[in-house]
Design a protein around this ligand. Structure first.
Ligand code: SAH
Length: 260
């Protein structure tokens, strides 16, 4: 296995890059790729920057130039529905590009000439991430994030969700638009700006991929408030501890089911 790890924002990934053993830094297409070992897994970490094109370009390069065999995208997202709370974790079961609309030539959301509206996350990777995330919430959260920071974001009993993630080139900060999207895409758990692009690329290149996101905001008018503070003090910790546990589980599958 050679694992590609993509994040959109620098703060989300910094801890992972620092944890790499013997990393080498390669610049390609205006991005920095860090190649090394991450908890015994051969890995490549890269920042895609924000948006679907940036993410698609990065995912393609990871596969074509760096030879990754699996991709995990880790980042933050807006809550897709009222039952999802800030601090919860979402793992994508399937992903849709919510701003794709070539109707009436093709049905809304369908990526023209693929016949698909939804692209699936890899089931096995997704299950591994769900169990790593659940383990972190049960055993790691209190040590990883100070009580003061947990209080700032009201992180009481965060939960893990597995469901539909919608991506588009738009920061969602409008309650009415989110409600409309909820009607159009039942079962939505998160909105973000990259995941579905990575899922399409991985589908087309035949590489399993998974998307995991910490919920940073409610995708409404307050979405930008404290966003960067959440990324630095909460999401960065989530990404670090969950990816570490995920790598442990891959190296030693027997710990997977133990005591989540
Ligand atoms: N205020 C930030 C903007 C980041 S854009 C800045 O100045 O840098 C938001 C990033 O987080 C994207 O990578 C996206 O995938 C994710 N995201 C978090 N909340 C989102 C929301 N409500 N709508 C869309 N994307 C969101």
């Amino acid at each position: 296995m050679r694992l590609g790890i993509i994040s959109a924002l620098a703060d989300e990934q910094q801890g992972l890059v620092e944890a790499m053993e013997g990393p080498s830094r390669l610049v390609h297409g205006q991005r920095e790729y860090f190649v090394g070992r991450l908890w015994k897994i051969d890995a490549v970490c890269v920042l895609s920057r924000i948006g679907k094109v940036a993410a698609a370009m990065t995912a393609t390069t990871l596969v074509e130039k760096f030879g990754v065999t699996h991709i995990v995208f880790t980042g933050v997202a807006g809550a897709g529905d009222k039952s999802i709370r800030v601090g919860d974790i979402v793992v994508a079961e399937s992903l849709v590009q919510h701003d794709m609309d070539a109707s009436p030539l093709f049905p809304r959301f369908e990526v023209p000439l693929t016949g698909q509206t939804h692209f699936l996350g890899d089931h096995h990777l997704g299950q591994q991430l769900v169990s790593a995330a659940q383990w972190f919430l049960n055993h790691g959260l209190e040590d990883a994030i100070s009580e003061a920071e947990r209080n700032v974001f009201s992180l009481t009993q965060p939960r893990v969700h597995h469901g539909l993630v919608a991506s588009g080139d738009q920061f969602m900060n409008d309650k009415a638009r989110l409600a409309q999207l909820n009607d159009d895409l039942p079962g939505l758990v998160a909105v973000e700006m990259e995941g579905a692009a990575v899922a399409q690329v991985c589908h087309e290149l035949g590489v399993p991929c998974a998307v995991i996101r910490a919920i940073s905001d409610n995708a409404n008018e307050n979405a930008a408030t404290d966003f960067m503070r959440f990324v630095k003090s909460v999401a960065a910790q989530y990404a670090f501890h969950i990816v570490r546990r995920f790598c442990y589980q891959i190296v030693q599958p027997s710990i997977d089911s133990a005591d989540t």
